[in-house]
Every structure is written in C-alpha cells, then in structure tokens.
Design a protein around this ligand. Sequence first.
Ligand SMILES: [Zn+2]
Length: 512
Amino acid sequence: MTKINRRTFLKLLPTVPFAKVAWPAVETAVNNTINPAQSSDQPNILFLVFDTLTAQHMSLYGYNRETTPHMARFAEKSTVFHKHVAGGNFTSPGTSTLMTGTYPWTHRAIQLHGLVHNEFVQKNIFSQMPDNYHTVAYTHNLLVMSLLHQFRGDLDLFKKTRELCLSDGQFSDRLFFDDYTHAFWAETTALQGGATPPGALFLSLLDRFANFAETRGFEQELAELYPRGVPNLHTLSFLLEDAIDWIEEQVVTMPQPFMGYFHLLPPHEPYTPRAEFIDIFTDGWQPTEKPKLFGSQHMPQAALNRERRLYDEFIAFTDAEFGRLMDNLEQQGVFENTYIVLTSDHGELFERGIRGHVTLTLYEGLNHLPLVIHKPGQQSREDVFQRTTAADILPTLMQLTGQSVPDWCEGAVLPTFGGAEAPEDRFVYAVEAKSNPKYAALTEATVAMYQDDMKLIRYFGYTDDDKYELYNLKDDPEELNNIYESEKGLTDDLTTALKDKIFAENAPYRGE
Ligand SMILES: [Zn+2]
C-alpha cells in the first residue's frame, strides 16, 4: 500500500491549476477583521455536515470496521446522540429539516433540487441567529447550494461551491447568480439535450468544452494520490483537503461570535479516497443478506458487499480529514468557546438489492445519522439514548443563543441542552416524497415513524394497497424481522397514529 503523507500531498498541490478555475472572490468578500478567539462572551457555533454519512457504518456507533477512529476521539470530549434520525433519505429534505426545524411535509423541499417553502426563507438556522452573530456557509453539494442561495440574505459570507473546487463545470452561478436555481436547471437540461439554452449560457457551454482537456490535466496530476479518481460528483471535482484547510483558516480569522455551516460531500459517492485508504478493509466480510420487501432493488449481494467496502474506505478517509481539522482547532483554542456539531443529511444503503440513497425506502442505513456535539470546554464524553431528529437542531440553536423556540418548529431542544425535555414517547418522523407534487397533499410517499425503539414504515400511493413494516430496533437493529403482522395491538395503535398525523399534515393542501 502506498503511503502518502501530508507533506507529499502539499508538494503536489501547486501543480494544480487553481487560478484557472477559481471564481474571483470579490462578490463574497467581507471584511475579515481578525478577532482573537477570546474576544466574545457568546459561544461560536460550527456545523460540520458530511453528506451521506450513516451512523450504521461508523465504528463510533458500533460498526465492525474501524471506519471512524478520529470521530471517536472527538466523541471523547463531546455528547454522542445514539438514536438520531434524518428528515429524509436524500440531500434536499434531509438538509432542509436540519436547517428549518421542520419535517419535509412542512418545509416542502421534497424533490430533487427542491427548495423550501418561501416562508422558511425567514425561518431557518441563519435567519434565527442573533444579529451580532457572523454567519458563514459553504457546501460542495449543489443541492445544498440551492438552499443556501435561498437563505443568502441572512449570510454574511456565502462562499460559492466553485471557490473550493478544482473544477465545477457549472456556469449558472457565474452568469445568473440572482436566479441561480432556475439557471442551474436550464444548464443541466441543455446538457442533457433538452431545450436550447439562452445565448450567454450557450457560449458558456462552449467554454466548458474548451476546458475539458485542462480538467483531465489535473486528474493526471493527482492520479497517484487518488487512484480511483479525484473526488467528484457529476461535473464537480474537488479536494476535501482544500475545504478543510479553508475552514481551519476561517474559524480563527472570522468575526466572533460566528455560526458557520460547512456541508462537505464525502463520503457521498463516487467513493474515491486518497491512496492510503485504498483496500484497508479487504477482510472478506459478508454482511447478512436482508429480506427483500416493497421498494427493494436488484443489485446482487456480492456487488453490494463490494460497494460497501469502497464506501467504508471513503468514510475512513473523511474521518481522517475530520481528525486533522479537529486537532488543528483544538490547538488553536477553538474547543474552549465553540459548539462543534458533527452530523450528516442522510445515509447510504447496501442491502435488499439497493445501493445508494435513491430509493423510496427508509431503512436505518438511510435514517440513522451521527450527531456528536462538543460543548465549549467539554472534557469528557456524554451519551444520549433518547430518540432525536434533525428537526431538533434549530430549537437547540435557539436555546443555546438564549432565545425561545418558535412555535412553528416541529423539533425540540436536544437532551442535555436544558429547556423543556421532549417526552420519551414522542413520535419522530422521516419522510420520502420525491414523486409527490411539491405543493399538494402527500398521496404518494413513504413515512417512517419512531416511538423510542419502535419503528413503523408506511408506503402509500405507490400501489393500490398501503404497505407496512414494523421493527423493534432494540431487539432487531438490522431490521431483519418485520413484526407488523405479529404485533397486532401495537400495530393498530401506531398505524392509526401515523395515518392521523399524515391526515393532519395534509390539511393545508385540502383547502381546509
Ligand atoms: Zn446528501
């Protein structure tokens, strides 16, 4: 196995044509006056969201491969939430639940590249921060970029995706930033052979093809370091290391108190770790094959197992970069005055013939998220076993900045943060509705409802009959044994509760 250390890596970097691809920083530049860490009494808040990171594959949460030793180190000075649930199974709904404190049936970012309902432009983790907080956000993920674009009025620094990428292949944000999301769709459609794009966009596409050879150029430069390809998604290529370096710099130079939201793509597919993580999990492990039920797909189990291994390696790479960032922040004293939140937007699945997260199912690989929060000065580990949801993040932010929780929130303040504790028997939800019309009652969707360790899944509108699964996650964390038919009394109560809830959430769209 080739070992490439950080120094070798840095030596390679200057060969990459950053200047050619970098977006001029003019538009997003702010006066970054240097404020030492101790200048503010109010705590900073730092979100690190790693896209597509399921707790089910993290050794920190008991996974049998050692994927997250550095996150486990971080956990030793943090509060670890063991039963944290995503809002949805892909980026737009999952991230929107985190950012708005509401479930997908409320925020309505239910479709691919979905935006939140207009009312949430004023109701999100950025708009709710006290005025003296400096707010900053960056993401590699263009779906999150669309959401941040919606919230940009409340961002002091909105760093564009392209600014920390080697190549982004996108022109919408350069040419049509005010209308970013529409332009993005126009560009994407044009590339797929759809409608003729407007003139300026057409020229930009020609420009893109002219740059194609150059793009391949940096891939060759980095081929030894990234044997499976430079981290990328669709037209985007980037180095996680660059984003980590930039965050390190921002955290100690930006005005304080700050609230920073950084949403990084790894370990989202394609799984392309640095060389030293290739083949670290060639253990021959054959995970248990799970029953195929409604929504299952057709990838053979051997292929799923191979893909799982590649994903696990990419997690280990992501974990190492997270560890590098944490070591740096701890040395800089940031741990003393900053809440550091490690989480994700949704997970990934390698079971029942399904690989990835483009699915109508809501199994634990998709829903079970890491949530680890370091509180300023925290020196020892705390563990929380109550069921929590991504919708709890915004209320918690309100609590720790001394504000009351708004009544439109569907989450509650997280345990150990003070405030009124959510009842142990409360229901927590995850919603998948990408085939449902955006502003209409949910009639074709999947909803998972949790009450502590009981989990009911309802599939409705896909076929003539509703489909249900019920799991007791305490006894059966792998969801091998659907007890919907055998636990009749419990099943009836939970099914009624879930149907009533969906009926109530649909009320605004029935014209009532
Ligand atoms: Zn995502």
